[in-house]
Write a protein that binds this ligand. Structure first.
Ligand SMILES: [Zn+2]
Ligand SMILES: [Zn+2]
Length: 320
């Protein structure tokens, strides 16, 4: 028996922890903490998702419909073991607002007196509405650094240019914004890059066919290579209504049928194998409970692509 063969078992024993560690770090790139998951009417549970690289507390907050109540829930669930005020002031390094509807920003506004200095990132349209409609002295107080005087300068507006990847201050993350069509508004998809692992968050959006748009098609084109390369760890996308909702009253939202139509388009580009098992986090389900259970049943029945459908829960961390 040669020396090499003798050493092999020992080598494996020594390397075992390294191999296991490498696999865990490979398997987990992001920690996602949902602060709010519904698409209405419950003001204590509206779209907001904290996201950080695995093992880091440098989070960004993707939309900010519900902030305080979601953090409280996460603390109660031991998702965070620091006080809620520390999560708000120190863990959240910046906000990414997909569009200016109140169910995506009310939590940020209401929490602003208690918050620390940070950036608000969004496309220009959204920033303009926040500047001229919310952080004004008639709606609230101007906690931002532009707009009506006096400006309290707690928040700094950062306009994102579509198609340009931006490094996010005080985090290890980079983000690229893509416009989405949401009835009369431009909404946004944020592609978050952590060390060449990616997560895609979509704000409210209607299907291309109904919105007379190419925005989703362009987005699928842009992420196709990442899906093929297994670098896209999850897609957060809305399904607001069950299939019974008529197309003419979708108001820029998706149903199970329309989500699967869009997923088929992605699969057409990547091949069906590449999307099999892809993590799809279903967001923005609109109450009542009967509608929500219909949405879940309809998605399950239509899941020919074998996507991994995930329903986030407020305050419960998900790892991708
Ligand atoms: Zn919404
Ligand atoms: Zn909306």
């Amino acid at each position: 028996m040669n020396l090499k063969r003798k050493l092999l078992p020992f080598l494996y024993i020594f390397l075992f922890p390294v191999i296991v560690l490498a696999q865990t770090s490979k398997g987990t790139a992001f920690k996602l903490v949902p602060l709010g998951v519904l698409g209405g009417i419950d003001e204590s549970n509206l779209s907001a998702y904290m996201l950080a690289p695995a093992g880091s507390n440098n989070y960004i907050c993707l939309d900010a419909g519900t902030v305080h109540y979601g953090i409280e829930k996460a603390v109660a669930n031991k998702t965070f073991n620091v006080p809620a005020s520390t999560v708000l002031r120190q863990y959240i390094k910046g906000y990414f607002i997909s569009h200016s509807h109140l169910d995506h920003i009310a939590g940020l506004i209401i929490n602003s007196p208690e918050d620390s200095t940070k950036n608000i990132y969004a496309l220009n349209d959204c920033i303009e509405t926040v500047k001229t409609h919310y952080f004004t002295w008639k709606s609230w107080a101007n906690f931002a650094d532009q707009g009506e005087t006096p400006a309290l300068k707690k928040y700094h507006y950062k306009v994102l240019e579509p198609g340009t990847e931006t490094a996010i201050e005080n985090t290890e993350l980079k983000v690229q914004a893509f416009p989405l069509s949401h009835s009369n508004l431009t909404s946004t998809a944020f592609l978050v890059n952590s060390n060449d692992n990616y997560l895609l968050y979509l704000g409210d959006t209607g299907p291309d066919e109904i919105e007379k748009s190419n925005n989703l098609q362009n987005l699928w084109q842009a992420v196709a290579q990442l899906v093929k390369g297994k670098k896209l760890k999850a897609i957060l996308i809305e399904v607001s209504f069950p299939n019974e909702q008529p197309d003419k009253t979708l108001f820029g939202h998706l149903t199970p049928k329309w989500l699967m139509t869009e997923m088929d388009k992605l699969a057409t580009i990547t091949g069906a194998d590449a999307v099999k098992g892809l993590n799809i986090v279903v967001t923005h389900l609109k109450p009542p409970v009967t509608s929500i259970s219909k949405i879940k049943t309809q998605l399950k029945a239509a899941n020919k692509l074998q996507l991994n459908l995930i329903y986030p829960q407020q305050g419960k961390a998900l790892n991708f």
